[in-house]
Design a protein around this ligand. Structure first.
Ligand code: SF4
Length: 300
């Protein structure tokens, strides 16, 4: 068999930056607690845990004691970002904040605040719509910029329902944004559908907020999946980007398998002379792709 690792797979810039900041902070000493998983990959989380990184869920932050006793304890805000209320709560508990919000996400947060000010400058007010996964940390961070006053839809069916239920009013200004890791094709379909239903299409403003790194991976992965006999897609179970990119690979190549690591590989997936491709999500570490490729080699 021939085995190739996709050279475009592996951490995106935002995750590399967050992990770099976490490792630098851990080296300088003191406790470091990430609010939520710093990266949606169990293997990389275990590696960072061994270096001392702790993880706390946002829901638990309010119940933490403080501010006494939290001197020298740092809270890490991951690349997904957080709503302003999280920063206020963390400060009230006496934590030092290490803000690793990806610059791309910070820009979208700013754009949403500006869009909200525009659409709410005069009555009748317009609306902010976000195409993203309900409850996802990045989406919560975006919705938090406008104090929750945004309509979140996960797919075209939910957009249709929002219009039917009057949550989106087609005769008023609408500004739509996407979570950075959504499918560019799906976002395009959604926006075209909405534009066709607006009483005045010019009242719809579409913000191109899918991360460039993610958008280019969609195009590159399509080619990668089509040009290999078997595709091993490596991603953590909770990776939202992992689900989107796996579905894309599977649609291009029926012999695509999603695995968490080398322990999930099954020998019966392969035939002699297969050309095997190993790829992953923006949250999949490069070292894990190397390990998977090595394990496939050892099957021969
Ligand atoms: S996917 Fe893009 S926007 Fe999201 S963290 Fe990575 S680089 Fe930033």
């Amino acid at each position: 068999m021939q085995i190739e690792i996709d050279r475009n797979s592996g951490f995106c810039g935002g995750v590399i930056r967050a992990i770099g900041q976490a490792e630098a902070s851990l080296k300088s000493g003191g406790r470091l607690i990430s609010i939520g998983e710093i990266v949606h990959n169990e293997a990389e989380l275990n590696r960072l845990k061994a270096e001392g990184l702790e993880t706390m869920q946002l829901a638990d932050l309010g119940g933490m004691p403080g501010p006494e006793g939290n001197e020298g304890v740092s809270l890490l805000i991951r690349a997904h970002g957080e709503p302003p209320s999280t920063y206020e709560l963390a400060r009230s508990k006496g934590y030092r904040i290490i803000d690793c919000t990806c610059p791309v996400v910070l820009n979208i947060q700013k754009s949403i605040r500006e869009a909200y000010a525009r659409t709410h400058a005069a009555e009748p007010f317009g609306q902010i719509v976000i195409f993203g996964k309900i409850g996802h940390a990045e989406v919560l961070g975006l919705v938090g910029q406008v104090e929750g006053d945004a309509v979140v839809v996960e797919n075209l069916d939910q957009l249709k329902a929002a219009l039917e239920e009057g949550k989106i009013l087609p005769h008023r200004p609408v500004e739509i944004f996407s979570q950075t890791t959504k499918s560019p094709v799906e976002y395009g379909e959604l926006c075209r559908w909405l534009s066709a239903r607006m009483v005045y299409p010019r009242l719809l403003t579409v913000h191109d907020t899918i991360c460039r790194q993610v958008a280019s991976r969609h195009r590159e992965l399509e080619v990668f999946a089509r040009t290999h006999d078997v595709v091993l897609f490596v991603a953590g179970q909770s990776s939202s980007n992992g689900k989107v990119l796996f579905d894309l690979c599977k649609a291009c190549n029926i012999r695509t398998y999603r695995i968490g690591g080398e322990q999930d590989i099954q020998g019966e997936w392969f035939r002699r002379d297969d050309n095997v491709g190993v790829c992953g999500a923006t949250s999949t570490p490069r070292w894990l792709l190397d390990r998977v490729a090595e394990s496939v080699k050892n099957l021969q």
